[in-house]
Write a protein of this length. Structure first.
Length: 187
């Protein structure tokens, strides 16, 4: 009687970096670190990874391996690359604090991303009444500029005179997927 031992165990993959759930800032160096191991083949198994994406947003890093018996395995880590947001600067303050301004004026929403990241950093500018907790937003009219001297972006939010006596929440959603809010009571 003869028998044959068949390897049906896939390789093991360990991803050290980027770690699952890790957050990096735009401009950070992300060095991938991973290894593949198999009980039969040891570390002599194929180990291929996708490139690390350093653009703003949420990404998945994937590693695949195949052993000499054809057993395949894959592992992934989800990580995010975010702007280093700093703000809001006067006349606004970051939520949940609030400021009082005149309705109908253009409100400068000033913030820093620690360097000039281009004028395409803003994915959406919106507002909603302060008492609303749903995702029902109205588009905020305005324009975005950057001033290198103080390292400040400014979104000039055009407000309406009819907002006098009310509160509005300004929401700036950046291209990295983060949203930053400021409350304004209008007089």
């Amino acid at each position: 009687m003869s028998y044959r031992i068949v390897d049906r165990t896939p390789p093991q993959i360990t991803i050290l970096s980027p770690a699952d759930g890790a957050q990096y800032h735009v401009g950070d160096t992300i060095t991938p670190s991973y290894f593949c191991h198999d009980d039969v083949d040891g570390s002599r198994v194929s180990c291929k990874a996708t490139p690390v994406d350093t653009t703003p947003g949420t990404h998945t890093f994937r590693v695949e391996s195949v052993d000499s018996s054809g057993n395949a395995a894959s592992a992934s880590a989800t990580y995010s690359v975010r702007y280093a947001f700093d703000g809001f600067y006067s006349p606004l303050v970051a939520a949940p604090a609030s400021v009082t301004l005149r309705a109908g004026d253009t409100v400068p929403a000033k913030f820093s991303l620690h360097g000039d990241r281009g004028l395409d950093v803003l994915a959406r500018a919106a507002w909603r009444p302060c008492s609303v907790t749903t995702n029902d937003w109205s588009g905020a009219a305005g324009s975005l500029s950057y001033n290198a001297g103080p390292d400040r972006y400014t979104f000039g939010w055009a407000t309406d005179k009819a907002w006098a006596g009310s509160c509005r929440e300004l929401l700036l959603t950046l291209r990295d997927g983060t949203t930053h809010a400021a409350y304004v009571s209008f007089r």
